[in-house]
Design a protein around this ligand. Structure first.
Ligand code: PA5
Length: 438
């Protein structure tokens, strides 16, 4: 049984049956290209059967290192950017306890995870140096290419602190490198210094790499049951390979996106009513943005965290330019968490809700909003997921990875390259080399 269901009710009136029928052909063609490896970027399809290929040996390696890191560090700094950052952060936020990172270090079961190397802010780096310098910490530097500037800078800074603190050998035992098997500067550094190393397969691109050690090692250190995440993805690999378009929600989601775009809805707003999913939305934005946004094409991936953003972006969603469709990520409510207490004075006039679960109230906000947006001109898909569990998150990751690749093939672009990212880098390197604006 799929844990993910696609609710298409709020597309009524926006998508006609014949449009879906026509798009079905294109989607099935794209799925076939993916299966046979005949499309653009065919050398980057390692993610397609990745979940099934993760070896027991790799799982053991991750577990052993996670155990060692748990013993040697109170803080684990995960250095990486883009695909070498977002997936791990998304899953840890979704599955960990919301405030676990704020717990005192002595009370923690697992090291505190802090991400770095995902910006060039001096303030962020200085503050983090101040925070960790007197603590026991270890680092995981993640870069497939091995020479991305943001993580390289953070790695230099924290590596030096480790070496000053623990000596060269002590530091080496606290540095974990995730990179290409044999190429790149980082691979070379790991080899020369005998750092513990994890491999990102050559045929798996950054934004498709969350189910490699890029995501799995940080998850393991954070105490997430990453084997369950893998199992969910294995199931997804099987179930979203279903040739029957009618029952394959991944294919249908890809089809609807492209139909809506053709009708001028070229912004997809991913919405979720769980704050812990904010980073999953960021992961989704990167996946689709870097995969589809090229050759003058692409649906702009945006995101809102609800109900929070109803008080900031709600007006725009309800009555702004009608070029938006919404995809709501909805998790079946866990009713038992917390309910609203009854109070005798009722000064806040909330007793009409007394005894109701907060999640029930959240659900009513969600349903009311979907109806309002739908009648206000925003076609909406609801991705209905059973509880927020490691297994279901694994399924969800694979669902979006596959939907994204198919969607990009349908729109005629190579999902697996990112030539546009080079433009800013070239300018930045020129400016840095000229050294004019100091
Ligand atoms: O999806 C991608 O390929 C990118 O977002 C990369 O993950 C990102 O640029 C980081 O690259 P690297 O892992 O080589 O440092």
């Amino acid at each position: 049984m799929q844990a993910i269901g696609l609710n298409e009710e709020y597309l009524k009136g926006y998508v006609e049956d014949y449009e879906l029928e026509m798009m079905k052909e294109k989607v099935m063609e794209a799925a076939d290209m993916l299966k046979r490896g005949t499309g653009a970027g065919r050398d980057m399809l390692g993610w397609v059967d990745l979940p099934n290929k993760i070896s027991e040996e790799e799982v053991q390696h991750i577990k052993e290192c996670a155990d060692r890191i748990g013993k040697q560090a109170d803080v684990f700094i995960v250095i990486g950017i883009g695909g070498s950052y977002l997936g791990a952060k998304a899953v840890i936020d979704m599955l960990g306890s919301t405030f676990s990172n704020l717990q005192s270090l002595s009370a923690r079961k697992h090291p505190q995870i802090i991400f770095a190397g995902n910006n060039l802010s001096g303030k962020y780096l200085r503050d983090l140096v101040e925070y960790v310098k007197d603590k026991d910490f270890a680092i995981n530097v993640i870069s497939k290419s091995g020479r991305t500037l943001e993580p390289a800078i953070a790695f230099r800074v924290f590596r030096l602190i480790l070496e000053e603190k623990y000596g060269i050998t002590g530091a080496a035992s606290r540095i974990y490198v995730t990179t290409d098997e044999q190429d790149g500067l980082l691979c070379e550094i790991a080899r020369k210094n005998e750092y513990e190393k994890f491999v990102i397969p050559k045929d798996v691109g950054g934004r498709y790499s969350v189910l490699t050690p890029v995501g799995l090692l940080p998850m393991a250190v954070a105490g997430i049951d990453f084997e369950d995440v893998i199992d969910g993805a294995i199931f997804a690999e099987f179930v979203y390979n279903d040739e029957n378009f009618e029952t394959n929600s991944c294919y249908r989601y890809a089809a609807y996106r492209n139909i809506l775009e053709a009708k001028g809805k070229d912004i997809e707003v991913m919405a979720c009513y769980e704050p812990s999913c904010a980073m999953f939305i960021e992961w989704f934005k990167q996946l689709f943005g870097e995969s589809e946004g090229k050759d003058g094409k692409g649906i702009f991936p945006a995101g809102v965290n609800l109900t929070t953003d109803l008080h900031s972006m709600g007006q725009m969603l309800q009555e702004g330019k009608r070029n938006i469709f919404e995809t709501v990520l909805s998790f079946r409510v866990d009713k038992s968490l917390i309910s609203l207490p009854e109070v005798e004075k009722n000064e806040d006039e909330l007793n009409y809700l007394a005894g109701k679960d907060i999640d029930y109230i959240n659900k009513q906000a969600f349903l009311g909003t979907v109806e309002a947006h739908f009648s206000g001109g925003v076609p909406t898909m609801i991705i209905d997921v059973e509880e927020l569990s490691p297994y279901n998150v694994g399924e969800l990751i694979y669902f979006f990875e596959k939907a994204c690749a198919i969607s990009a093939y349908v729109s005629g672009v190579n999902p697996f390259n990112q030539p546009g990212v080079e433009a800013y880098k070239k300018n930045m390197m020129r400016l840095l080399k000229e050294g004019k604006n100091e």
